[in-house]
Design a protein around this ligand. Structure first.
Ligand code: ADP
Ligand code: MG
Length: 548
C-alpha cells in the first residue's frame, strides 16, 4: 500500500467532520438492525468506511473463511487519535448530524453501528493516522473493552483487523457455512465494490493467495475486465440514458447464474428485484433457456427519489416511482441490445431516446460449405462460424413475419385442397381467429362437421407439412398464457417454414440465408432462445492450435 493519502471524490468534504454520538431522537429514525451476519458483512462495513474516508487504495485480507482474521487497510483520512474509542461507541458517526442529513445521504455509512457491532463479537485492532498527526494510534479491543493503546507511526490511513469473529457467540458461528463458501461471499462482495468504484484500487487476499486486484485507474469496462476477464468486458455494450449508465451483454453472451447482473445506486451496490425483472425481460427469447444476461448498471437518481434507509445493511432500496424507472431501464437496454423500442402503450418513458442501436448484427460471412446437412460452415473477419441452418432460418423468418403487415405475405393457392379435422378446442380457436389467419395467407373453409378445407397457405409453408403446421398453430393460439397472438403465429410459421436439419443446401441457398442473417437485429439466437451459431475467434483458433 503506498503512503499517498487518498481522497475519492465523494468524501473530500466530509473528512473534516468530527465523530459524535447521534441523539436518541435521530437514532429512532434510522432502520437499525444487525449488520454483522457473517464474515462478508464485516468486510462490507469496513470497505464502506474506507470509501467514506476517501481511500483510493483498499486492501482486504481474510484467513480461515474470515473467522480467523479479516484485515482491511486503506489510505483514507484516518481517525484522529482522540476519537478512536469514540468511533466504537454505538451511534457514533462523523457522517450525519441532524434530521435533514437523512434526506440526502451521500456517504455509504451513517448509523454509527458497524464498529460497535463488530467489536461486540470479535477482537479488534485499529491502527490509524491522519495526515495532520505526527504519530498514529494503535488500539486493541477485547470483549468490547480497550486492551492496549499505543502511539506508533504509519502512513496516513487506517488498518482494522478483526480476529476470532463470533468466537464468543457460538450460536452465530454455527450458522456459518464452510470456509470456502464464506470466502466466496467475501470475494463476490469485494468484486461488487470494485465494480461500483472503478477509480479505487482493490486487492483481496484469501489465505495469503491473491484473489482479486483492480488497478483503480479506469472506468467500468476496465474494472469488469479485471474482475471478470477481458473476454466478457470487451463484448459488453454501452448503456447510456439520463440517470442510467453501464454495460450490458449482447444476446450472444449468457451466463448460467445471475451473478453477472449487478446494480449500483450511484456508488452503492444494491439488490433490486424490480431492476432484475426489467433486465431479464429485455433478454426474454434472446438467450438460451435457463441462461441469464450480463449487466452492470448504475442508477443516479436524486436522493428524494429513493429511500436507502429501509434495510439495516442498505442492500435493498425503495424507489418512489417504480413504473417509470422500470420503463426507463427497459428502453435504454432495448436500445443497447438493438431490440427496438417497447410497444407503444408501454413506451411513455420520461427519458428521451438518445442513442441509436449499436451493431449487434453479424459481420459479412463467406460460405465454406455444409456439415452433416445441418450446419453451414462460414468464415468472417473474426474467425470461423458454424451456423445451425434450421435455427438461423427460423430466426430470419420470425423477424420477417413479426415486422411485416400480414397482407404483404406471399400467398400460395392450393390446386388440390387439403382437408383437416379439428378438435372442438381447435375449432373454437379457428372461429375466433379465422379472419386474422386469413390475413396471414390461409384460406380455410368449413366443409363438414368439424372438417375444414384448406385452399390457400402462406407461401413459406409450400412443400412443408401444412396440416401439422396448422394444427400446431391452432394449439399455440389456444394456449392460455403466452405472447400476443401475432407473435404466436410468427413463431409457429417460422418453425414450420424453416429449412430442417438434414436437408442439403446449395451454395446459393446458404449464401442467401447468411445474407439475411447479417441484416436482422437478433441473429445470435432462434426465437426460442437457442443459439443459431457458434463462433470460434481467430485467437481461439490460434490458442487451440498452440500457435500462441
Ligand atoms: P458509520 O460508518 O455509520 O459512521 P461506523 O461504526 O462504521 O459508523 O464508523 C464510525 C466512525 O468511525 C465513522 O463515522 C468514521 O468517522 C470513523 N471511521 C471508521 N472507519 C474509518 C476509516 N477506515 N477511516 C476513517 N474513519 C473511519
Ligand atoms: Mg460504517
Amino acid at each position: 500500500m503506498s503512503s499517498v493519502q487518498g481522497s475519492n471524490r465523494y468524501s473530500a468534504d466530509r473528512s473534516a467532520m468530527r465523530i459524535k454520538v447521534l441523539s436518541p431522537d435521530l437514532v429512532s429514525k434510522i432502520a437499525a438492525g444487525e449488520v454483522v451476519e457473517r464474515p462478508a458483512s464485516v468486510v462490507k462495513e469496513l470497505i464502506e468506511n474506507s470509501l467514506d474516508a476517501g481511500a483510493t487504495q483498499i486492501s482486504v485480507e481474510i484467513r480461515g473463511g474470515g473467522v480467523g482474521v479479516i484485515r482491511v487497510t486503506d489510505n483514507g483520512s484516518g481517525i484522529p487519535g482522540q476519537e478512536v474509542e469514540l468511533a466504537f461507541q454505538r451511534y457514533a458517526t462523523s457522517k450525519i448530524e441532524k434530521d435533514e442529513d437523512l434526506e440526502a445521504i451521500s456517504s455509504l455509512g451513517f448509523r454509527g453501528e458497524a464498529l460497535p457491532s463488530i467489536v461486540a463479537v470479535a477482537q479488534v485492532e485499529v491502527f490509524t493516522q491522519t495526515k495532520d498527526e505526527a504519530a498514529g494510534t494503535f488500539v486493541s479491543f477485547k470483549d468490547g473493552a480497550v486492551l492496549e493503546r499505543a502511539s506508533r507511526g504509519r502512513p496516513p490511513g487506517t488498518t482494522i483487523a478483526v480476529r476470532n469473529l463470533f468466537r464468543s457467540v457460538p450460536a452465530r458461528l454455527k450458522f456459518l457455512k464452510s470456509a470456502s463458501t464464506e470466502d466466496a461471499h467475501t470475494q463476490r462482495l469485494v468484486s461488487r465494490y470494485a465494480l461500483a468504484w472503478p477509480e479505487v484500487s482493490f486487492t483481496l487476499y484469501i489465505d495469503g493467495r491473491p484473489a482479486l486486484r483492480t488497478t483503480g485507474d479506469g472506468g467500468l469496462r476496465e474494472a469488469v475486465a479485471q474482475v471478470h476477464g477481458h473476454e466478457l468486458a470487451s463484448a459488453l455494450l454501452e448503456v447510456e440514458a439520463p440517470g442510467l449508465s453501464g454495460l450490458v451483454g449482447p444476446p450472444s453472451v449468457s451466463r448460467s447464474g445471475r451473478d453477472y447482473i449487478q446494480f449500483f445506486l450511484d456508488r452503492r451496490p444494491i439488490r433490486s428485484p424490480l431492476l432484475l425483472r426489467a433486465v431479464e425481460e429485455v433478454y426474454a427469447g434472446l438467450l438460451p433457456p435457463g441462461r441469464h444476461p450480463a449487466a452492470f448498471l448504475r442508477l443516479v437518481v436524486s436522493p428524494q427519489e429513493v429511500d436507502v434507509n429501509i434495510h439495516p445493511q442498505k442492500a435493498e432500496v425503495r424507489f418512489r416511482d417504480e413504473g417509470s424507472l422500470f420503463r426507463a431501464v427497459q428502453e435504454a437496454l432495448r436500445r443497447a441490445v438493438g431490440r427496438g423500442p417497447l410497444p407503444e402503450a408501454m413506451a411513455e418513458s420520461p427519458f428521451p431516446q438518445l442513442f441509436p442501436s449499436p451493431p449487434t448484427n453479424l459481420p459479412l460471412l463467406r460460405v465454406l460449405g455444409q456439415l452433416a446437412q445441418s450446419y453451414i460452415i462460414a468464415e468472417g473477419p473474426e474467425g470461423l462460424y458454424l451456423v445451425d441452418q434450421h435455427a438461423a432460418h427460423e430466426r430470419v423468418l420470425f423477424e420477417k413475419l413479426k415486422g411485416r403487415k400480414a397482407r404483404e405475405l406471399e400467398v400460395q393457392g392450393l390446386l388440390e385442397p387439403l382437408f383437416l379435422e379439428l378438435s372442438p378446442r381447435q375449432e373454437g380457436v379457428l372461429d375466433a381467429r379465422g379472419e386474422d389467419l386469413g390475413g396471414f395467407g390461409f384460406g380455410i373453409e368449413p366443409f363438414g362437421p368439424r372438417t375444414f378445407r384448406i385452399t390457400a397457405i402462406p407461401a413459406l409453408l409450400k412443400d412443408k407439412d401444412i396440416k401439422a403446421a396448422l394444427l400446431e398453430l391452432l394449439d399455440a393460439l389456444g394456449e392460455e398464457k403466452g405472447p400476443p397472438w401475432e407473435e404466436r403465429v410468427a413463431l409457429s410459421l417460422a418453425c414450420h417454414g424453416a429449412v430442417k436439419a438434414g436437408q442439403s443446401l446449395n451454395p446459393e441457398e446458404m449464401r442467401g440465408l447468411l445474407q439475411e442473417m447479417e441484416r436482422i437485429p437478433n441473429p445470435h439466437t432462434c426465437p426460442h432462445g437457442r443459439p443459431t451459431l457458434l463462433h470460434f475467434s481467430s485467437s481461439q483458433l490460434e490458442k487451440g492450435f498452440g500457435r500462441r
